[in-house]
Design a protein around this ligand. Structure first.
Ligand code: TMP
Ligand code: ASP
Length: 254
């Protein structure tokens, strides 16, 4: 394969220049971090599974009319995506109390929330992604009030759809994080779903036992991390053809 230009390396993914203008290649690594990179590790096979899981969820979301950056999967660890201008927000939706919400407000983990709650965090590693209000977002120009209306309505649709999809395979969608980007088409701008949706950025609990099937297994040293990601893929019906044998995938080529 020809050498490609690397544009950006994040904690779990690398972005390369795409084959045609306006596209990028998104490469999924096995690296895992938590607590703003204070904890680092490798979850073998995670990149292969997250590439599949994110593909599956983005395609399903596309089918109900949610615009996404996903174009097609290229191989075990890579997908072709549309290049967008990332809005510097982490948009978190919560259905059940867990994680930082439970810590901050002393709400026991597992408490069903009276309604879904959306929170915004400013994407800035140096500041450790602080929580912000819409007031900060619009005052500092990270997004306009119209952008925020679009982001909130897309996020609620995504939450409703994914909540049902996961429940159908015996998984409770406790919370998750999404990111959006601006896509310019001539003079028009649309906000589309970007980044990834995978057990790295969702809390997924077995609907019967509440067993954790997501990155909290890594964050909290609960063990069986790979197995949990595999189980999510298996329930969604998308384990790689060759099964778990195949999870290492090809080496990174640049
Ligand atoms: P939190 O409870 O730690 O605030 O996390 C809420 C959700 O957002 C959870 O599903 C994990 C996800 N998340 C990310 O994807 N990236 C992050 O940097 C953080 C802090 C959370
Ligand atoms: N991905 C974030 C980090 O490294 C946090 C997390 O997912 O817990 O630091």
């Amino acid at each position: 394969m020809a050498r490609r230009r690397q544009l950006y390396e994040g904690k779990a993914k690398i972005l390369f220049e795409g084959p045609e203008p306006g596209t990028l290649v998104q490469y999924f690594k096995d690296d895992a971090t938590a607590f703003n990179s204070q904890k680092k590790g490798v979850i073998t096979g995670k990149g292969v599974l997250n590439n599949r899981i994110s593909e599956y969820l983005m395609v399903r979301l596309g089918e109900i009319g949610i615009p996404t950056h996903f174009v097609r999967r290229l191989n075990m660890r890579e997908q072709l995506i549309r290049e967008v201008e990332i809005i510097p927000l982490e948009v978190v939706v919560r259905n059940v109390a867990a994680g930082s919400l439970s810590t901050r407000l002393a709400i026991p983990e597992g408490t069903r929330l009276p309604r879904s709650i959306i929170e915004f965090y400013y994407k800035n590693d140096a500041l450790q992604d602080p929580m912000v209000a819409e007031e900060h977002i619009t005052a500092f120009g990270w997004a306009t009030p119209q952008d925020m209306d679009d982001i909130i309505s897309l996020t609620l649709r995504i939450n409703d759809f994914l909540g049902g999809l996961f429940l159908g395979v015996g998984i409770t969608l406790v919370d998750f994080k999404v990111e959006y980007g601006r896509l310019w088409e001539n003079e028009d701008m649309r906000i589309i779903l970007a980044d990834e949706i995978s057990p790295d950025n969702c809390r997924l609990w077995d609907a019967k036992t509440n067993e954790k099937m997501d990155k909290d297994r890594f964050r909290r040293d609960l063990g069986k991390v790979e197995e949990a990601y595999q189980e999510v893929a298996k329930r969604l019906g998308i384990l790689p053809e060759a099964g778990t044998r195949d999870l290492k995938g090809p080496e990174l080529m640049q």
